[in-house]
Design a protein. Structure first.
Length: 460
């Protein structure tokens, strides 16, 4: 089949490369000329394991191409995917659909013959209706169907997720469109991935419900972790005890610094707004968003506590900047709030990330010193904070770390070390939801953005 993908970011590029690998002929379009120029030179604009090879193979096989204009690709396409961004709208948190609607207008003028226009971007319920209206208005004679096919891939494991999904949700009641989507995803039937046909609105909502549920699971275990610290329990064991129950499942029960990334924060907000607009507020998700928001900065306070309550003039080494490992995506990464909190407290921050440094520099600027590796990062530091659990940080040579650090404080916000081992080496070790804070901790002081000192309690 002939496929056009409009928007070649994390989702568009991975989907395009995977569809090409299934045997379809795909053109990935992006209006960012720099991105397309890099792709044409075989350079990946994003870091995603296995993507460069997949793209290269399919370009060589003549199944994958790139363009800045969608004209040719859309005219010959059986299916056109919209995979542009849907960030939070400034001011009110609702999904900003301007990129989706712009793409719909551009696609409409080039439609030639029956075409299925598929929204892969995460969009609020009812967006498909508007996309349909826009296309019908722009090109009254066009023959088309608008389908919702939300994407569930995870950055860092995107190719495996796309090729071996738990399910593919397709929202349409148009029989011809169903046949096109069935053909597009036919290779997945070998892996027995269920193709779930629903109404368009149901598909749109399914994506938000799934993300909000996962965000809730993370937030739940994070609050349980806080309680563990107060009562002397171990959150990893609690999570294991919960997760072995098949009704609960062990995934997304890892306590940490709060969720970030390009999806959960904006999707929870957008769902909250949609629900409020329809007079059916989802209070549990409202609470999740609020709790998670506060948690990121609370992690800065946790580091400050570990340093004895004051970090003014101290150097804090931060390992891991991206919102999770195996991506270079810095969108809404907890590291951003944590670093800001540490700097507000007067700390100097040194940071290192295996793939996210370039993106991080654009957001954090020169106020952070960027290190060349974990040991360079720890050099002269008064505390080392592990913020993202890259594999490269799981087996650090702690003797070497110890030799270069100024003071031996290790704050492990991802619980990747064993406390006995680290403490035996002489570190003060602080993790999430594991430390039995039976004794009250001294009060820590953190300077707020306006410079006023605030007492902070309750961090183990
Ligand atoms: N990143 C993820 O892990 C993930 C997972 C599932 C779903 N999603 C959803 O998929 C959508 C895309 O996310 P992303 O992370 O790939 O975004 P992204 O920002 O990485 O990519 C979007 C791309 O679209 C391009 N674009 C915008 N308007 C265009 C137009 N009119 N014509 C051509 N190109 C255009 C931009 O230049 C950009 O390269 C979002 O709705 C997101 O919520 C993302």
């Amino acid at each position: 089949m002939q496929v056009a993908i409009v928007g070649s970011g994390y989702v568009g590029l991975v989907s395009g490369a995977c569809f090409a690998d299934f045997g379809h002929v795909v053109c990935c379009v992006d209006k960012d000329p720099d991105k397309i120029a890099r792709l044409r030179q075989g350079e990946m604009p994003i870091y995603e394991p296995g993507l460069a090879e997949l793209v290269d193979n399919n370009v060589r096989a003549g199944r994958l191409s790139f363009a800045t204009e969608l004209v040719e690709a859309v005219r010959r396409a059986d299916a056109v995917f919209i995979a542009v961004g849907t960030p939070s709208r400034r001011g009110d948190g609702f999904a900003d659909l301007s990129f989706v609607y712009q793409a719909a207008r551009e696609i409409a003028t080039e439609l030639d013959g029956y075409t299925v226009v598929v929204t892969k971007s995460t969009v609020p319920v009812g967006t498909g209706d508007e996309v349909q209206r826009i296309i019908a208005k722009t090109a009254p004679r066009a023959r088309f169907a608008v389908v919702s096919n939300p994407e569930f891939l995870r950055e860092g494991a995107a190719i495996a997720d796309f090729k071996r999904p738990d399910r593919v949700v397709v929202g349409t009641e148009d029989e011809r469109a169903k046949a096109v989507l069935t053909e597009l995803y036919r290779p997945l039937s070998l892996n027995q991935a269920p193709l779930l046909f629903t109404s368009r609105r149901t598909a749109e909502l399914t994506k938000y419900a799934a993300n909000a549920f996962l965000a809730t699971k993370i937030t739940f275990i994070n609050e349980i972790a806080d309680l563990c610290e107060k009562v002397g329990a171990n959150v990893q064991e609690v999570a294991r005890g919960m997760g072995l129950d098949n009704r609960i499942g062990s995934k997304f029960l890892h306590a940490g610094p709060g969720f970030g990334g390009s999806c959960f924060p904006k999707d929870t907000l957008a769902l909250i707004k949609t629900a409020q607009d329809h007079d059916a507020p989802i209070r549990i998700v409202e609470t999740v968003a609020a709790v998670n928001d506060q948690r990121k900065r609370a992690m800065a306070r946790k580091v400050i506590h570990a340093c004895g309550g004051n970090v003014r003039g101290k150097t804090i080494a931060v390992l891991g900047l991206t919102f999770k490992p195996n991506t270079d995506d810095m969108r809404e990464a907890p590291s951003l709030s944590i670093i800001a909190g540490l700097q507000d407290g007067g700390a100097k921050v040194r940071a290192y990330d295996p793939e996210g440094m370039e993106a991080a520099k654009r957001l954090l600027g020169d106020d952070v010193t960027y290190a060349s590796d974990p040991y360079d990062c720890a050099d002269g530091a008064d505390a080392l904070a592990i913020v993202t659990e890259w594999d490269a940080f799981r087996a650090l040579d702690l003797e070497r770390v110890k030799r270069v650090m100024n003071d031996l404080v290790l704050v492990d916000l991802r619980n990747i070390y064993r406390s006995e081992l680290v403490r035996k080496l002489g570190f003060r070790y602080v993790s999430v939801g594991q430390h039995a804070a039976v004794e009250p901790e001294p009060q820590a002081e953190i300077l707020g953005p306006l410079g006023g000192a605030r007492a902070v309690t309750g961090v183990a």
